[in-house]
Design a protein around this ligand. Structure first.
Ligand SMILES: [Zn+2]
Length: 393
């Protein structure tokens, strides 16, 4: 089988260049990790974005900024080539950590592990994107039209501002590569579930539970029946899950409750499946089991699914052939969690995720980056971006 794209010479040069740059990569990582970059801490994320913008400018990239009133700005840098093909790389500069975290938790390196707030989620991904551009430039490879790196600052809260930037930048590109870390060192992600979120509230009527319960309208009973009905959504998809994730209601044991509320997390495989779920939930909300109760349902799609498209197998093959040149046998996987790849995929752009250097235990104090994966993963990202120039469709 002929690999889709496997320029052994280019991949070798990228790899050797990146090995030399590891000390510089690590000092950049230390700088980024030392900044408080929580999504809610706009000033910190803006500082990180400014820093990245400066680096992209120094590289000679054409840059763009996307400021937001509420979140850290998104920044983009484009490396121009002389060929065909346009790729988008997406990483995020924000973290889940509040202000005043970084000072007491500087980058620490023990063996092959680097530790610090947001070190792998997603400081190393952002830097891998930058070093991929820098390495392509250093090797003189320019057989592509454009490779753009976008770093956003609101990913950890669902990209409420930057999702439209991602969609717009992804539109019409040959591929989008999302620089989140994979769940295992030898994995990439070509498909992600979509996320739907619902808030279901039922109101009823209070009554003494012993003296005259018949005068009450039990909101909890109604909610339970509704939740059971919500779960009875049929479908062929193995991805579909309905999880009731919070529930509340009632005040005291001797009062028929007049209020109950639940939040529901739904994961779907396709946009069509999401539409079926939505119609089913709306019908359940309208139907009444316990007379006298009334329900409201809010919610819907939060992240569209990152569906496998007709171009996905080619992208996966390309990644695998580049991986084999780097000594990594890459497995293609599905992930139930969301990423910014959901927004590039919904723009119709073939998308691969889970490409960044590997690490684990995100969103905990034990988060770490596996430094041994930085060079091969960054070379993979650069190689994938370069491969966009090799496809002619
Ligand atoms: Zn995260």
């Amino acid at each position: 089988m002929t690999p889709e794209f496997a320029d052994a010479d280019l991949i070798g040069r990228l790899e050797r260049t990146l090995v030399e740059w590891m000390p510089e990569f690590q000092s950049d990582l230390a700088w980024l990790v030392a900044l408080d970059r929580g999504s809610e801490h706009k000033a910190g994320v803006d500082a990180a974005a400014d820093w990245m913008l400066g680096k992209l400018r120094d590289l000679g990239c054409e840059t763009a900024t996307y400021p937001s009133d509420d979140y850290g700005m998104a920044v983009a840098g484009s490396l121009k080539g002389r060929g065909q093909g346009r790729a988008l790389l997406v990483a995020h500069l924000d973290t889940v950590w509040p202000a005043e975290t970084a000072a007491g938790w500087p980058l620490r390196i023990e063996g092959a592990r680097a530790m610090g707030p947001g070190v792998v989620d997603n400081a190393s991904g952002s830097l891998a994107g930058f070093y991929a551009l820098k390495a392509l430039q250093a090797t003189g490879y320019d057989d592509f039209a454009e490779v753009t790196l976008l770093c956003n600052g609101d990913e950890e809260v669902g990209s409420p501002f930057s999702k439209e930037v991602i969609r717009a930048l992804a539109q019409g590109r040959d591929a989008a590569f999302i620089l989140e870390a994979p769940s295992n060192p030898d994995e990439i992600i070509s498909q992600r579930a979509g996320l739907m979120y619902y808030d279901l509230r039922v109101s009823g009527k209070n009554a003494h539970a012993g003296v005259e319960p018949e005068k009450g309208h039990n909101a909890i009973e109604e909610l339970c029946l509704k939740l059971n009905a919500c779960r009875e959504i049929g479908g062929e998809s193995e991805v579909l899950t309905v999880s009731v994730s919070t529930i509340e209601g009632g005040r005291r044991p001797n009062i028929v409750p007049d209020y109950a509320r639940a939040e529901i997390d739904v994961r779907v495989e396709t946009v069509e499946e999401a539409e079926l779920v939505d119609a089913h939930f709306r019908a359940v909300a309208e139907r009444v089991w316990v007379a006298g109760t009334l329900a409201t349902l809010h919610g819907g799609m939060s992240h569209p699914p990152m569906e496998r498209g007709p171009q996905s197998p080619r992208l996966v093959e390309t990644a695998q052939s580049i991986g084999s040149l780097l000594g990594v046998e890459l497995k293609d996987t599905f992930c139930g969690g969301t990423s910014d790849g959901c927004y590039s995929a919904v723009a119709g752009t073939p998308t691969l995720c889970g490409l960044a250097p590997y690490g684990a235990l995100y969103h905990t104090r034990d988060e770490y980056l596996d430094l041994s994966t930085v060079v091969p993963r960054t070379a993979l990202i650069a190689g994938l971006a370069a491969s966009c120039g090799q496809r002619s469709d």
